[in-house]
Design a binder for this molecule. Sequence first.
Ligand SMILES: [Zn+2]
Length: 250
Amino acid sequence: MSVLELSAMTWEEVRDLDRAKAVAILPTGALEAHGPHLPLGTDVIIAEAMARRAADKLSARGYDALLLPALGYTAAEFAAGFPGTVSLRPATVTALIVDVASSLGRHGFPVLAIANAHLDPAHVASIDAALAARGGDHLPRMVFPDVAKKPWAVRLTEEFRSGACHAGRYESSVVLAARPDLVREGIRQALPANPRSLATAIRSGQKSFEEAGGPLAYFGYPADAGAEEGAHTIDALGSILEEAVLARLA
Ligand SMILES: [Zn+2]
């Protein structure tokens, strides 16, 4: 079976797909400040890498994996003060995901998996709200493994689990593996560590990267990143999505 890109297909090709063996995958990221060394689209790059790896794994298991164009606009209030960040209202994001899902459901696709790499709590809540929506008969089954939570987080790197997981070693490594041309290497290699835990800051009620102790919009250890670690992380993310889909279909 195949990995297919929906936007590159014709409607007749989509009509002829075997629905029983089709899994649609929506990567979700953000347009958001990621330190002085990574592009605004970092989370989209990570989500697309996760989606593509999961698609490879699912197609090897006999499914047609249908990659949707990424959702690259979402709620990103923590980074909203940094130039270039675009932040939508969470209700807009929920409506968008529900509408995408119901269009796929209308055309008979049974499963929509979300490959998410953006961990802003308002964004994650907007996906959870879409999953909870009862939007009529058309909605496909939705799969959304939240990689920051059990059982998935233990599969990811130590820095990620520490909560210092924005534009640090974890994300920088994935971008070095997926789009090395977009990493400002001279800047990255000279960046001092910022070991503040963004996850702890969020739990204690802080609302922005600046408040959380990230005045340059990064946390963690970007100078320690490497492409090899990034390749491992992409594989782990792909396995997480694959396993979540298989569990839902079982
Ligand atoms: Zn990110």
